[in-house]
Design a protein around this ligand. Structure first.
Ligand SMILES: N[C@@H](CCC(=O)N[C@@H](CS)C(=O)NCC(=O)O)C(=O)O
Length: 208
């Protein structure tokens, strides 16, 4: 299996899930700063994903799966005994999907593109930061009572995704100082050995 990724982007989330699950994974870096985006093998990335975004998971039969929220569930379901996703059809699984959708639509797509593209302008960026701060306050209140992770005491695929996106905060100038639970959560997830392995493999800087 191969994951097309770009360093530190949302593709870090499936990368973490694969390592946490102990799934052997090849990784191929995509240069998303070149137009058109180019894969590590030197191919035009639109031949892999016509939408030109990571993550893309290439399965052993050559078929492709896109969309991070779907990819992490696919990976988690390959190793159900690890507990990265509750069993399909259970109420807990819908709760996981709820968190994945929340992170995708309320956070991921508020940070990016708005806060990564100066051409949107200062006013649009301040609106995005305000919206993100409201959503992070909701996460903060949830973490006050949920336990160590979003779904309780067990690390799940939703944590890999939330950690990845909130990890953009310093770069995006999103202030986390009002959210002590969230900051502790980021430290907790960031200290997990497999999370560190995934970040190291992508060439990211690790917290001490
Ligand atoms: N809907 C996609 C969005 C993925 C996405 O936004 N990927 C970004 C990195 S975080 C990307 O590859 N951007 C490059 C581009 O759009 O040109 C998903 O949830 O997987």
């Amino acid at each position: 299996m191969k994951l097309y990724y770009a360093t530190g982007t949302c593709s870090l989330s499936p990368h973490i899930v694969a390592l946490e699950a102990g799934i052997p994974l090849d990784i191929e870096r995509v240069d998303i700063f070149r137009k058109p985006h180019v894969t590590g093998a030197g191919n035009d990335f639109t031949t892999v994903n016509p939408n030109a975004y990571v993550p893309v998971l290439e399965l052993d039969d050559g078929s492709l799966l896109t969309e991070g929220a779907a990819i992490v569930q696919y990976l988690a379901d390959l190793k159900p005994e690890i507990g990265l996703a509750p069993a399909a059809g259970t109420r807990e699984r819908y709760q996981l999907q709820s968190w994945l959708d929340f992170v995708a639509t309320e956070l991921h797509k508020m940070y990016s593109p708005w806060l990564f593209h100066p051409e949107y302008g200062v006013q649009a960026q301040e609106v995005a930061r305000g919206k993100i701060t409201e959503r992070l306050a909701y996460v903060e209140r949830h973490l006050e009572r949920s336990g160590l992770y979003l779904m309780g005491e067990t690390f799940t695929a939703a944590d890999a995704y939330l950690f990845t996106i909130v990890g953009w905060s310093a770069y995006a100038k999103v202030d986390l100082s009002a959210f002590p639970q969230l900051r502790a959560y980021m430290d907790r997830v960031g200290a997990r050995p497999k999370v560190r392995d995934a970040m190291r493999a992508e060439g990211m800087k690790l917290a001490a």
